[in-house]
Design a protein around this ligand. Structure first.
Ligand code: ZN
Length: 108
């Protein structure tokens, strides 16, 4: 009598489901080595928040922001399209952009 191969059940070996896979299409760019390298180098060269500097404040840069967003056709890795920002300024900019987008009056 042929022996049925035993099905080994090892629940502890189950693969973790990947969190939020493919939910944001444009998010993957921020995980590329090219971007990491560029943003790191840029922040090294511009260690202070540029938005705060314009307002005579000194804040350490925490994020590297695209002046023209990628989804609006901005250059991804061009330093001319980058700016160092603190979280506060970055959040404010993002909120503003969302606002403009909703209103549909993008500056041309
Ligand atoms: Zn700032």
């Amino acid at each position: 009598m042929p022996v049925k191969p035993k099905k080994v059940h090892r629940p502890w070996e189950r693969q973790q489901s990947k969190p939020q896979e493919g939910r944001k299409a444009d998010d993957s760019f921020y995980h590329t080595t090219a971007w990491r390298k560029t943003s790191k180098a840029y922040r090294k060269a511009h260690p202070l928040c540029e938005e705060c500097e314009r307002k005579d404040r000194i804040s350490p840069a925490e994020v590297c922001d695209h002046i023209v967003r990628i989804e609006d056709g901005g250059e991804k890795l061009d330093w001319d399209n980058l700016q160092s920002m603190c979280h506060k300024c970055h959040n404010r900019k993002s909120a503003k952009e969302r606002h403009y987008k909703k209103q549909g009056n993008d500056k041309r």
